[in-house]
Design a binder for this molecule. Structure first.
Ligand SMILES: [Fe+2]
Length: 296
């Protein structure tokens, strides 16, 4: 194991179908569930010769920043092209999805029963070129939390691959541990007003009920992004993920910011609390311990 920083853990896996870990995945899971980023510098997602043409942002439709597959066998969304080109794009992104699912299932056998693969995204555009509001600005450190998609404590696991053909890294900042950022930001987040979860769901603003956990996670996300002093001064490292490398983290726990880069594939997974190896490390349990309340 090559150690880069406490928050980035380099592991030597070089195959999308690696051997099952002899300890059942506990050692790697502890690193991941502690909020670490698992970095696989020798694991690349290789394009077929006929897929090289997809390394171009012209495939993006309008203002979208992602081409995406919602599920297995779905049609690619957000892309421009002829029927056969879209089919080719879908095949490439679908192959990445299959590899990502296989890798996570193999490395973490305990996740298998509960793991739900979500959206697969391909981001061919430059990160730096995106202009957006502070709340949507992912070049500010944040933990993932989404206004319309409450999780009730279910985890968001994300796997990324840099497929840049000309050597450009994907540059991230990784911030302080989750519990440390809670100590700093949680006092700024007010409690939800009574009845708000019902109203948000009734108005169609949330897809399911927004639990107090979701409310606090959104509050942390917003307070972190809003505070420019925090963005500049909080404990953090910058890390360059080179082309032909892969990495994964629980993005609802690891404070992260995407600073630059182009051509990245991303697979989202949803994982119920019961599948975790060490549930007490999860954001839900940390927040419940800090607030002294049941939150979901
Ligand atoms: Fe994010």
């Amino acid at each position: 194991m090559i150690n880069t920083s406490p928050s980035i853990q380099s592991i030597s896996v070089d195959h999308w179908k690696p051997n099952i870990p002899s300890d059942g995945g506990i050692e790697l899971a502890r690193k991941l569930e502690s909020g670490g980023v698992l970095f696989l510098p020798r694991l690349s997602f290789d394009l077929e010769p006929e897929e090289q043409k997809f390394l171009d942002s012209r495939w993006l439709e309008g203002k979208t920043k992602n081409l995406s597959l919602e599920k297995e066998e779905a049609l690619i969304q957000g892309a421009l092209g002829s029927e056969s080109e879209l089919e080719g794009l879908g095949k490439m992104v679908g192959r990445f999805r299959t590899n990502a699912i296989h890798l996570v299932r193999t490395l973490f056998p305990s996740y298998v029963a509960g793991l739900r693969p979500g959206r697969t995204s391909y981001r061919p555009a430059q990160v730096e070129n995106r202009k957006t509001s502070w709340r949507k600005d992912d070049s500010r450190l944040h933990v993932d939390a989404f206004p319309s998609r409450p999780t009730q404590g279910e985890r968001i696991l994300r796997l990324f691959a840099n497929i840049h053909p000309a050597g450009s890294p994907r540059v991230w900042r990784v911030g302080e541990p989750f519990e440390d950022l809670c100590h700093r930001m949680l006092p700024r987040v007010s409690r939800p007003w009574p009845g708000s979860a019902w109203c948000l769901a009734a108005l169609g603003i949330t897809k399911t009920r927004r639990s107090e956990y979701d409310h606090l996670m959104l509050g942390l996300h917003d307070e972190m992004k809003r505070d420019t002093d925090y963005q500049r001064d909080c404990p953090q490292i910058q890390f360059d993920f080179p082309p032909d490398s892969t990495w994964l983290c629980f993005s609802d726990q690891t404070s992260h910011a995407a600073m630059s880069g182009q051509y990245m594939l991303e697979q989202t997974f949803h994982l119920p609390m019961r599948s975790l190896y060490v549930p007490e490390l999860s954001p839900l349990r940390v927040l419940e311990r800090l607030t002294g309340r049941k939150l979901a």
